[in-house]
Design a protein around this ligand. Structure first.
Ligand code: GLA
Length: 429
């Protein structure tokens, strides 16, 4: 396989040759009217969800809650390895209208899927459909943490594109964790524990052994800020995100990203296998995750492990280093380095972690050809979006080119999603 340095060199040469001829950034300026996505949670949305509630559940809701989806600048598949992630909340999210109903039953209406169900919070089996299992799982996990959860009526909806890798499910979980804490728990459960409620719901009720990044970002999001979370210690810092000359944009390949039943859990198992081998060889280390291991540890067990597992583990160690390099670069305002690390992450996710697909690699190639500063798969992979760090003066050219070239090749238009960093879980009414 071609090594990373060769790949980068080849691409840089290509860029030098093409960049000056094809991409002339000064001819294109950012078009501020280009807003293909409506903003969520405005008064209209509150009104709409209240109306849905009245129509499908009768009477009036007494509260409205919302939580966002997320982006991630860098740090992929590091969360369940105790590493660093760099997410931010977006403006798109989930919204729910809520009313306690004095019973032990949840009556729920999904406005997007036009589906209704009711289920007892005391019956461990819960509902069948996954969109209701999120609600049920969160209620049960809040009960397990001592909250006196009661039955409630709810209508919910959202504008996080499904299957785009922007964590619509975490947005849904955080919305209900926040709502139940507020309605039945006197807000006694800490925010980090609310995130863990969502994560436990994924593990126990959906079957995805995810890390904490998505739920963390949804609960803790802050307008205009990214967050660097150390998933081992739980410590995090806000990083104001306001580059003057760059912006972030997602390109949704519309290849539906779906972690349930995907090899996502296999990736996690590969990492755990390597940790087990390292612990067997170095019992004094007592490593919990790959974060506790070094390159030397990997080298020492490489002959006793499955080479595929070793390849995965190398990606993770490299990705942890990249997040730290990006943090330093951001503090210096060095967006070129940020972008270069994004390309390196894409390469690793595609070749070593193997969570890309043809369409995502194509989007990454087009970004590179256009001279985009940084581009990579975002989230778990297996479809969904790329996240792109683009100079303002290249934005229109890039978005136009990527739509044209992708449509020509795959016969469907990718969706452009400009990133606006928004707030985390909150009560709206
Ligand atoms: C999904 C999971 C997260 C994280 C990412 C990959 O979004 O839910 O916990 O592992 O994939 O970084």
């Amino acid at each position: 396989m071609q090594p990373l340095w060769q790949h980068i060199l080849q691409r840089r040469t290509k860029l030098l040759l093409r960049g000056t001829l094809i991409v002339c950034p000064f001819l294109h300026s950012y078009n501020p009217n280009f807003v293909p996505f409506k903003n969520s949670f405005n008064i209209m949305d509150i009104q709409t969800i209240l109306e849905k509630f009245t129509k499908h559940l009768g009477g009036n809701a007494t509260a409205v809650y919302a939580s966002p989806g997320r982006i991630n600048l860098i740090g992929e598949h590091t969360d369940y390895n105790g590493g660093f992630v760099f997410p931010g909340a977006v403006e798109q999210g989930m919204i729910c209208a809520f009313r306690p109903n004095g019973t032990r039953v949840i009556r729920a209406y999904s406005a997007d899927l036009k589906d209704y169900d009711e289920f007892s919070i005391d019956d461990p089996a819960g509902p069948h459909a996954s969109h209701f299992r999120y609600v049920f799982g969160v209620a049960r996990e809040m009960m397990a943490r001592g909250v006196d959860v009661q039955g409630f009526d709810t209508a919910f909806a959202g504008d996080v594109p499904l299957g785009a890798g922007m964590s619509s499910s975490a947005a849904l979980e955080s919305t209900f964790a926040f709502a139940i804490n507020d309605q039945f728990g006197d807000n006694k459960i800490e925010k980090m524990e609310l995130a863990k409620v969502g994560q436990a719901t994924e593990h126990k009720y959906i079957g995805v052994n995810c890390g904490i990044m998505d739920q963390f970002a949804s609960v803790f999001g802050k307008k205009g800020n990214l967050m660097r979370l150390d998933c081992r210690s739980g410590e995090f810092q806000y990083f104001p995100w306001n580059p003057k000359e760059y912006r972030l944009v997602l390109i949704n390949s519309r290849v539906k990203h779906e972690l349930v039943g995907s090899p996502y859990n296999d990736r996690r198992r590969s990492c755990e296998n390597v940790v087990a081998a390292i612990n067997a060889k170095f019992p004094e280390l007592k490593a919990q995750t790959l974060r506790d291991c070094t390159w030397d540890h990997l080298e020492a067990v490489k002959d006793t492990c499955d080479p595929v597992d070793i390849k995965r583990a190398k990606f993770v160690l490299g990705e942890v280093d990249r997040v730290l390099a990006v943090s330093d670069a951001l503090e210096r305002g060095d967006y070129e380095t940020v972008g270069q690390k994004m390309y390196e992450t894409h390469y690793g996710l595609s070749r070593d972690y193997e969570v890309s697909c043809e369409e995502l690699d194509f989007l990454n190639d087009v970004a590179f050809d256009c001279g985009v500063t940084g581009s990579r798969i975002m989230g778990g992979g297996f479809g969904g979006c790329t996240i792109n760090l683009v100079r303002n003066n290249l934005y229109e050219l890039f978005t136009t080119t990527v739509v044209e070239r992708f449509t020509e090749k795959y016969g469907k238009k990718p969706v452009i999603i400009p990133v606006v960093i928004g707030d985390g879980s909150r009560r709206l009414l």
